[in-house]
Write a protein that binds this ligand. Structure first.
Ligand code: HEM
Length: 512
């Protein structure tokens, strides 16, 4: 969805082009630029500087990040250098935060000094130059986009209006699982495939009022199947968002062309725009003919402040990609943990059974099931789908944790590191929903840092919670889950979020 992962980027940037080009440029030239990096303005209060992780000339710490899971490397470094330290990614100075208290300080108290972002070249293209709620700067345009998405898609009233779509999602999921369980002769079920496809249905219904089977895309001169639409609207942009242009790390070399990279991302944008235009035109015709549905496009065309065509298409695309990924990642990890921990699965089943009996689970009943909510939060803690907050740009000198952080620095908030902090969580590597179960206490939706914090906290947290919890509860209530093979805590380092590398394959048995 919405992350500029330093690490995958770093990993890919070590390759030939970066080294070759950097080698060809005189060291003196580089030095003069490096000395300007990330250090605007003075330090009038004479605060201590942030501890530095030693790196190499020119590349800084890039080569140490090549294992492609930067949030894990950052967490390991915190054991040596403390919860806040600075690194260099090429020419850029970056301060990394790995603790809950410091993250809260940055998200809330220091927000005004870190309210903008310098996007990577890929994200700049894919977000049509920040035309998305998730990556725009905190300005009037951001507020307009956010108001739109909250009013018609993600806010409490909108969530109530979209309830029938979520109920249909849950019924379809259950029906497909029953079909597979009865037909498969005990073959393993790939939950991700079904869940992702149902999330696309949900996103299209919320955005346009209807699902699709296929669509003729005039600008591409062809008809695309539903799977192809998913590829163009979700998978390609997710892969593109973490694609690396080595010039991101060496901005002073931006004058050197990198046509192959730009063409690849531009092609993705052209295809995405073509599909979004086709969907838009189909539904504009519907609306013009007088047929109105409760959908985001109906709201944007009738009630919202006018947007340009490009802004409209981006506004309609954003919740599709956001709905389709992180909720699936969380649910798959939760079901994986439950399938490999039969006694915890049994405890959850007993809870759902005692609340729902022979009836199916509904959203109203979720608050009566503390263990189910604990499963959700513990999964978000251990497997935070967005392990690093998209980088924030420090645009004026600030103090964080008593240290001086100069203007011009990039700030990385390591959510994974916060959720693994030993001072806050016992045995943080263990998946233990019990840690969130307390007598007579409601669990705060933001009890982990998984949704970020402050003014830019995730706008879709409530939708994600409703879908994931209702699905997990229903799947465990109706089926017994067992792993076919335990593939371990494997993570796909090429994806934008921490999705499992190998989809969970489970053998399921209806309980009745
Ligand atoms: C488990 C699921 C999810 C997780 C863990 C998650 C996590 C996050 C995180 C970490 C941020 C960044 C906060 C920041 O920049 O400080 C974010 C922002 C955002 N998310 Fe989510 N997200 C999830 C689901 C969703 C869903 C389902 C939607 C919409 C359909 C959504 C929409 C957004 C939006 C619009 C923003 C930008 C908010 C702003 O900048 O004001 N998210 N999310």
């Amino acid at each position: 969805m919405d992350v500029q992962t330093v690490g995958s980027a770093a990993a890919a940037a070590f390759g030939g082009p970066a080294v070759a080009v950097a080698g060809g440029v005189s060291l003196l030239f580089l030095k003069s630029f490096l000395s300007q990096g990330g250090g605007g303005g003075g330090n009038p209060n004479h605060l201590a500087s942030v501890p530095v992780v030693p790196g190499l000339p020119v590349f800084g710490n890039l080569l140490q990040l090549k294992e492609k899971k930067p949030y894990k490397t950052f967490t390991k470094w915190a054991e040596t250098y403390g919860p806040i330290y600075s690194i260099k990614t090429g020419a850029t100075s970056m301060v990394v935060i790995n603790s809950n208290d410091l993250a809260k300080e940055a998200f809330v108290t220091k927000f005004d000094s870190i309210s903008t972002r310098n996007l990577s070249k890929a994200l700049k293209l894919l977000s049509a130059d920040k035309s998305m709620v998730a990556v725009s700067d905190y300005d009037d345009f951001h507020k307009t986009l956010k108001r739109n998405i909250l009013t018609s898609f993600l806010g409490p009233t909108a969530l109530k209006q979209h309830r029938l779509h979520r109920d249909a999602f849950s019924d379809n999921l259950s029906n497909q699982l029953y079909n597979l369980a009865s037909n498969s002769h005990r073959e393993a079920v790939n939950l991700r495939k079904i869940f992702q496809s149902q999330l696309l249905t949900l996103a299209l219904k919320q955005t346009f009022g209807r699902d699709i089977e296929s669509i003729y895309v005039t600008d591409l001169g062809t008809t695309l199947t539903r799977d192809e639409v998913f590829q163009v609207l979700v998978i390609d942009p997710i892969m593109g968002a973490i694609d690396v242009d080595w010039r991101d790390f060496f901005p002073y070399l931006s004058w050197i062309p990198n046509a192959e990279f730009e063409t690849k991302i531009e092609q993705m944008c052209i295809r995405r725009e073509a599909v979004m235009k086709a969907l838009f035109q189909q539904h504009k015709k519907r609306i013009d003919s007088g047929e109105h549905l409760n959908s985001f496009i109906d709201y944007l065309l009738a009630e919202a402040q006018p947007l340009t065509e490009k802004q409209l298409l981006m506004s309609l695309w954003e919740p599709i990609i956001e709905t389709a990924d992180t909720t699936m990642v969380t649910t798959e990890w939760a079901m994986y943990e439950l399938a490999r921990n039969p006694e915890k699965q049994a405890r959850l089943y007993d809870e759902v059974q005692s609340v729902c009996g022979s009836e199916k689970i509904t959203e109203e009943k979720l608050c009566k099931m503390p263990y189910l909510l604990a499963v959700f939060h513990e999964t978000l803690r251990k497997h935070s789908p967005v392990p690093l907050i998209p980088l924030r740009h420090v645009h004026e000198n600030i103090e964080i944790g008593g240290y001086h952080v100069p203007s011009g620095t990039e700030l990385a908030i390591n959510i994974y590191g916060c959720n693994m902090e030993r001072e806050v969580w016992d045995d943080p590597e263990e998946w233990k929903p019990e840690r969130f179960v307390a007598e007579n206490e409601q669990i705060d939706l933001h009890s982990t840092m998984a949704f970020g914090g402050g003014k830019r906290v995730c706008a879709g947290a409530m939708q994600a919670m409703l879908i994931a919890c209702a699905s997990i509860g229903r799947m465990v209530h109706e089926f017994e889950w067992r792993l076919k093979d335990d593939t371990g805590d494997d993570i796909n380092t090429l994806a934008l979020t921490t999705q499992k590398l190998n989809p969970m394959l489970a053998v399921i048995k209806p309980r009745n």
